[in-house]
Write a protein that binds this ligand. Structure first.
Ligand code: NAD
Length: 465
């Protein structure tokens, strides 16, 4: 039985939660689920642990976090298998996610924000110091349960904050296993892990003893987090939804870019905040691109992520599976489906990779975040018009440009209203480079020095000399 981590103890939940393997649609494990009293215990434990952890020298915190990274690494295969079982992604992608999570932990365990002298001119000395905030809540979604959580825990804990982590209710197990590995290494209360069924988020994000909420999830929930945090003016980082455009320029080589765009749209079964969610292609390349993408979709191996050779696993949960059926209905009603177009006729939450052409910009599939392997391809006649259509979205997370002329693409990238634009690549997220969304894709940064600073208070000490 997977247990909660509260005040250094692995404990049963006041309730229990069944966890479904999306490749079968059947329950395969049961885990602890917290009630409100256990949430209160977790927050109280983190509050009690904060003064000591905050004043523990960085080198000692770093040593413990690096030791934790070693323990996770020693069990990385077990983590990866569990991740595939609860999340659905192919095992090599689960192993890759674990490798990324461990690398993020090591990166921030070695990154210290030291005091800096901002001015020292004989009249005055101004020093900037960075101090931890207090108890931080880390709330994560179900698409990358380990990597996205570690992007919060690693900078949060290395900075001297104490934390309460809460995963999505459909992928709680790897987070609970992570708590188990931390129990013997981190001092009691420094990290607490609770699980809910979408019922404790509101309390956590409004709790007076929580100083900051680091949230990754949908834009709708992000708005609720911001409202809940307002009363006590908590620090918030919001990494929210996206509807990224893949913009193909007229000099692109279809043989090169079609497989890359297909991968950008279908990795993790399209359940990536930064997935390519709509493609804009010049009229001259439209038909060949549609044909190439349709062929890739038809050839893709869709199966249980635990099976060797699987390229695309199931949709993570039933609710998202049902939502994707609505997008498929929209595609059939408003566009021309040239590959896929239906769930697979088998148990589990599988959707055939789907390519849709001749669909208007006004269709739901183009306007909203589908978060699945259903990709609309739109034609354009004028590049400025394509840029305007790509920007005509409430979202502003990422985007890609595909071309044989990267210099030309940089100019185009400068006009795309998002936090990240990749040219001829996708999902390259170096740990030392900040990442964050524009518009309703959120605000604040994760990763890089900026990401680390967000877990700290900047304090200015100004001395008359
Ligand atoms: P979600 O918003 O439904 O849930 C995210 C988390 O919020 C879960 O842990 C959930 O239990 C919790 N939650 C639910 N109600 C809450 C409340 N009232 N207060 C606080 N927390 C609450 O998102 P999801 O469906 O799990 O994830 C998919 C979404 O996440 C997509 O929109 C995707 O684009 C986005 N996402 C964004 C990024 C990014 O970095 N920008 C990364 C991954 C996923």
């Amino acid at each position: 039985m997977y247990q909660l981590l509260i005040d250094g103890q692995l404990v049963d939940g006041a309730r229990q939660l069944d966890v479904v393997n999306p490749a079968t649609g059947a329950v395969f494990a049961t885990c602890a689920r917290a009630d409100e009293a256990q949430l209160e215990q977790a927050v109280a434990a983190a509050k009690k642990a904060f003064p000591t952890w905050a004043t523990t020298p960085f080198a000692q915190r770093s040593k413990m976090l690096l030791q934790w990274a070693d323990v996770i690494e020693a069990r990385a295969d077990e983590f990866a298998r569990l991740l595939t079982q609860e999340q659905g992604k192919p095992l090599p992608q689960a192993a890759h996610e674990m490798g990324g999570a461990i690398a993020v932990l090591r990166t921030f365990a070695n990154m210290e924000l030291k005091p800096e002298v901002l001015r020292d001119d004989g009249d005055c000395r101004i020093i900037r110091q960075w101090t931890p905030l207090g108890v931080v809540a880390a709330i994560t979604p179900w698409n990358f349960p380990m990597l996205l959580l570690m992007m919060k825990l690693a900078p949060g804990l290395s900075s001297g904050n104490t934390m309460v982590a809460k995963p999505a209710p459909t992928t709680p197990l790897t987070t609970l296993l992570l708590g188990e590995t931390a129990a013997d290494i981190l001092p009691a209360g420094v990290l607490n892990v609770i699980v809910d069924q979408n019922d404790l988020g509101a309390r956590l994000t409004s709790h007076p003893d929580i100083a900051k909420v680091s949230f990754t999830g949908s834009t709708g929930t992000g708005k609720r987090v911001m409202q809940a945090a307002a009363d006590t003016l908590k620090r918030i980082t919001l990494e929210l939804g996206g509807n990224d455009a893949a913009l193909v320029l007229d000099d692109a080589d279809i043989g090169v870019v079609a497989p890359a765009i297909f991968q950008a749209a279908t990795i993790n079964a399209g359940q990536v905040c930064l997935a390519a969610k709509r493609v804009y292609a010049p009229r001259s390349l439209y038909e060949p691109l549609c044909d190439a993408l349709a062929q890739l979709a038809t050839d893709a191996v869709v199966d249980d992520g635990a099976k060797q050779g699987t390229q695309i696993g199931p949709i993570q949960n039933r609710a998202q599976f049902e939502k994707l059926k609505e997008f498929l209905a929209d595609a059939h009603a408003n566009g021309s489906v040239i590959a896929g177009g239906a769930p697979l006729d088998r148990e589990g939450f599988f959707i055939a990779p789907t390519i849709v052409k001749d669909i208007p910009d006004s269709a739901r599939l183009v306007q909203e975040e589908q978060f699945g392997p259903v990709l609309p391809i739109l034609a354009y006649d004028d590049l400025d018009d394509a840029i305007a259509r790509a920007n005509d979205s409430e979202y502003g997370l990422g985007g890609t440009i595909w071309t044989s002329n990267p210099e030309r693409a940089i100019e185009v990238a400068m006009k795309i209203d998002t936090g990240t634009v990749w040219i001829n690549k996708h999902l390259d997220l170096p740990f030392d480079v900040p990442f964050g969304g524009a518009k309703q894709s959120g605000f604040g940064a994760e990763m890089g020095r900026e990401g680390l600073e967000e877990f700290n208070q900047s304090k200015i000490v100004n001395v008359a000399l």
